[in-house]
Design a protein around this ligand. Structure first.
Ligand code: ADE
Length: 442
């Protein structure tokens, strides 16, 4: 991920971006087993100072507000030109623009998760009384706040946002997926899908200043330990953050608030999460509404009924399920003509993507696909196949599968596409879908 920051105080970022995990994420990754195998850094940081772009002969970037009032307002020209210059570096990588401001939508864990699947973020840190409104109208950034308090500028919020996102990038935290059980993270969710605070943790020694460790943690009984942790997380959440357990809880903010111009209706508040058993009826209703052809709905239903969607996500808008995406297993039969099969090459197929007609044109389908691909990468899958519109799936990194030596018993041509997820050597062969897929084609 490329991260650009537009800031009048680039010097504030050095120690944060140059320390610990954020520093490590920006370093090339060497493979200890193979000194020749060095991978590109997971993240790169680029700082840009609007002062370098001002046309004011005194170097000013701010002026007092029209209409009077305290403080200074950042002017459009230097910030706009600075953003344009930043984006002109690697223009093929489209940036998600974000302005840090106390007036923004709250930064939450689900929002950090969505940002973590974007290829590039461009953060704009304000100061003084903020920006001239015309700059915001022109750039149409997402506006994000890190909490209900006011800081002297957007630099600390920008660093907080960077930290919350970069730690989610694949390979940044030591153990793959180790962030999944954190407070507010998908793995912390209870059966109702509510994300909870993390349970307490203990380590050596077994007694310290007269304080022991809960005996269950020393019992070696993993089922009991899991149940104890679940209970502790629930009690802690009830005591400290009952709002997280309230059924009327609003879905957290998402990227879709970023582009009101794109959206069909009022400001959208979308949450993306793993599908749960309790979603069954809502998913069924969505499938009926989303697919004009009954065949697609039938296929997704059959895959769900057969338990053939090991990765399955939903999008929620105002508490209503408006998007669904599942990934089903595929087998790869090596080609008779000298093809080879690699047992480490595990792949899934993208089932038809459902977005409710009233929630379309908000980027929900693409956000679901990106998040799903990330989950597949975390699960160490080698590739995902899709039968779909090349114009839609091309920008998501899918390329024609036939030239890579894959064939599809039901379909050939550009719509049969593959997205590779890691460096596993490709296997060639004929794709075999989960039985429900195959049944549909008969
Ligand atoms: N700038 C000043 N205060 C802020 C906050 N709470 N969040 C984001 N940006 C800010």
């Amino acid at each position: 991920m490329r991260i650009d920051v537009v800031t009048l105080f680039p010097g504030m970022f050095g120690s944060v971006l140059g320390s610990s995990i954020l520093e490590r994420a920006a370093k090339p990754v060497a493979n200890p087993a193979d000194p020749g195998d060095v991978r590109a850094p997971v993240a790169s940081y680029h700082l840009h100072d609007p002062r370098a772009f001002t046309t004011d002969k005194h170097g000013k970037v701010d002026q007092s507000p029209y209409g009077g009032g305290p403080g200074m307002v950042l002017q459009c020209q230097p910030v706009f030109d600075c953003v344009a210059a930043a984006e002109a570096q690697q223009p093929e990588l489209k940036a998600t623009r974000i302005v840090l401001t106390p007036k923004g939508v709250p930064l939450t864990q689900p929002l950090a998760e969505e940002l973590a699947v974007q290829p590039r973020l461009l953060l704009i840190a304000g100061h003084y009384e903020g920006f001239d409104q015309r700059l915001l109208d022109e750039l149409e950034p997402m506006e994000v706040s890190i909490g209900d308090y006011v800081l002297t500028g957007g630099e600390l919020p920008a660093m907080v946002l960077i930290d919350s996102v970069v730690r989610l990038l694949p390979g940044v935290l030591g153990k793959a997926g180790s962030h999944h059980a954190d407070s507010f993270s998908p793995g912390s969710a209870n059966d109702a899908g509510q994300r909870l605070l993390d349970h307490p943790h203990y380590t050596r020694p077994p007694a310290w200043r007269g304080r022991g460790v809960p005996p269950v943690l020393m019992s070696g009984d993993h089922a009991k330990i899991a149940a104890w942790r679940k209970q502790q997380a629930l009690e802690l959440t009830q005591a400290r953050r009952p709002d997280l357990l309230s059924p009327a809880k609003k879905a957290p903010a998402s990227l879709d608030q970023a582009s009101p111009a794109d959206s069909a209706g009022p400001l959208a508040v979308v949450a993306l999460r793993d599908a749960m058993p309790a979603d069954a009826d809502a998913i069924d209703a969505l499938l009926r509404a989303a697919f004009p052809s009954d065949a697609e709905a039938k296929l997704v239903r059959a895959l769900r009924d057969a338990g053939d969607l090991p990765i399955e996500l939903v999008a929620e808008l105002d508490g209503r399920v408006v998007g669904h995406l599942g990934f089903s297993p595929v087998t790869i039969d090596p080609q008779a003509d000298g093809g080879f099969s690699n047992p480490r090459f595990r792949a899934l197929a993208l089932a038809p993507l459902a977005v409710h007609p009233e929630a379309q044109r908000r980027g929900i389908g693409k956000a679901l696909t990106r998040l799903g691909l990330r989950s597949c990468g975390d699960a160490n899958l080698a590739a995902v196949f899709v039968l779909g519109d090349p114009a839609y799936y091309g920008p998501l990194g899918f390329e024609p599968a036939d030239p890579h030596g894959f064939t599809n018993p039901f379909h050939q041509g550009d719509a049969f596409r593959v997205r590779f997820l890691n460096d596993t050597e490709p296997t060639r062969g004929t794709i075999g879908y989960a039985p429900a897929f195959a049944a549909l084609e008969d």
